[in-house]
Ligand binder design. Structure first.
Ligand SMILES: Cc1ncc(COP(=O)(O)O)c(C=O)c1O
Length: 439
């Protein structure tokens, strides 16, 4: 199949294009826990696609809902118009968001959700008469997508450096929470590091609270290589935000929809943000969709600020709540509820944790960290060639029929939440085997 395919036109995202096109890996179909590759191999999905296929691939109910929507209402605007599915999707989503965070703005991606959340924070302060609060605080190693807002508050140097002259002004960053000296091989939340949240107080002292609109963090940092928040850290961030009137945004694009064993990380950690950004598993990644869940009081402040009859917030996307995406979201959220997918993830977490930590002592492994159904396996980098060892391990796992994700020198594992014990054993067993063969 690859011989007939022209690979030159598609400029691949976040990919070494020349390297990939020299030795392509194509996935042609998927079902449940498995992909099928172009050469007919079954690949066990250890990554849930890209941390997004939480219910497993090509679920019949979701496929049927999309097919029905496509044949019934291909597109209807949500600017000054609407369609039932988008309202229904918002209602179903609001059933599982934390209490009071039940106002939903739809987008098409996590990146757009982040931009939207940042704008909502600004709009909120402006509506309250504090329009001078226009500074954002992000965190080093944070990933918030690739819009200019997202890379500005994000903290991944490679994603920022080429565009550094055009980032949002007035953004500052907390330090990241990764520390191998104190926290290597922690099971669940590491014990050390709550005090790192106090840096927010220092930034408030520096900039003054009256200039700061919002703080945005991933409650569990995924893309940078799975950083689990230290015990007490998020609680402290919440308390400092409360003290200074800062909007707290949790970017739950990865941590949401059962990944950590609860609907959202907010409930898992029992720390409630003011705004949450969502995407990916909102509809099992079957049609592009993102969402922002907003505390009702913030929504009402913005909505009630202007005169009746005027548009309250000049923001939205042609496809905010696209009918196919909304239909898929309704079917997915029903499926999660019916099957108890989040509880299933929680029940499988101890076996997953044990399997992940069985890699302790394996060649090259300098850390294993985990929570719910996500784990990061950090490898010692090769001298002068960072990332190459983990990349080679990723390729070898793929050759052995297991898909994992590589980011720098970290392998990330985040299977669909329907994964069973034998599949968990196979994923980590393959990683261990491969590490024995990688130099
Ligand atoms: C925490 C977080 N925020 C935002 C995004 C961006 O989402 P998208 O790629 O859908 O724009 C991602 C993607 O992985 C993410 O992990």
């Amino acid at each position: 199949m690859t011989q007939d395919l022209d690979l030159s036109n598609f400029w691949m995202p976040f990919t070494a294009n020349r390297q990939y096109k020299a030795a392509p890996r194509l996935l042609v179909s998927a079902k449940g826990m498995y992909y099928t590759s172009h050469n007919g191999r079954q690949i066990l999905d250890g990554t849930g696609g890209l941390w997004c296929v939480n219910a497993g691939h090509c679920r019949d109910e979701i496929v049927a809902a999309i097919q029905h929507a496509a044949a019934t209402l291909d597109f209807a605007p949500t600017f000054q118009m609407g369609h039932p599915l988008v309202f229904e999707a918002a209602t179903k989503l609001a059933e599982i968001t934390p209490a009071g965070m039940d106002r939903i703005f739809f987008t098409n991606s996590g990146s757009e959700a982040v931009d939207t959340a940042l704008k909502i924070a600004l709009a909120y302060h402006r509506a309250r008469g504090e329009g001078q609060r226009n500074r954002f605080i992000g965190r080093e190693r944070g990933y918030h997508g690739v819009g200019f807002g997202g890379i500005s508050v994000g903290g991944i140097a490679t994603n920022r450096k080429a565009f550094s002259g055009a980032l949002l002004p007035g953004v500052d960053h907390l330090q990241h929470t990764h520390n191998l000296e104190h926290n290597a091989f922690s099971r669940g939340q590491p014990a050390w590091g709550a005090h790192l949240a106090d840096e927010l107080e220092r930034l408030v002292m520096l900039h003054d609270a009256s200039t700061i609109a919002a703080v945005i963090v991933e409650p569990m940092a995924g893309s940078t290589g799975v950083l689990i928040p230290p015990q007490g850290y998020l609680e402290r961030l919440r308390a400092i935000c409360d003290k200074h009137g800062l909007v707290l945004i949790f970017d739950e694009v990865i941590s949401g929809f059962g990944r950590l064993g609860s609907a959202f990380a907010a409930q898992k950690f029992n720390v409630m943000p003011d705004i949450m950004t969502l995407a990916k598993a909102v509809n099992n990644a079957s049609v592009p969709m993102g969402a922002v869940a907003v505390r009702r009081a913030i929504h009402d402040t913005v909505i009630d600020a202007g005169p009746a009859g005027a548009i309250e917030m000049f923001h939205g996307y042609t496809y905010s709540g696209h009918a196919l995406a909304a239909a898929a979201a309704c079917a997915t959220l029903d499926l999660y509820k019916r099957e108890g997918t989040f509880a299933q993830a929680a029940a499988m977490s101890p076996a997953f944790e044990d399997a992940a930590h069985s890699l302790k002592g394996t060649r090259h492994v300098i850390d294993v960290r985990n929570l719910g159904l996500v784990a990061g396996v950090e490898l010692a980098p090769r001298e002068g060639k960072p990332g190459t060892r983990a990349y080679e391990a990723f390729i070898k796992c793929y050759e052995k029929g297991v898909l994992v994700r590589v980011t720098g020198d970290i392998l990330a594992i985040s299977p669909p939440l329907i994964v069973d014990a034998a599949q968990i054993a196979r994923i980590f067993g393959t990683v261990g085997e491969v590490l024995g063969t990688v130099e």
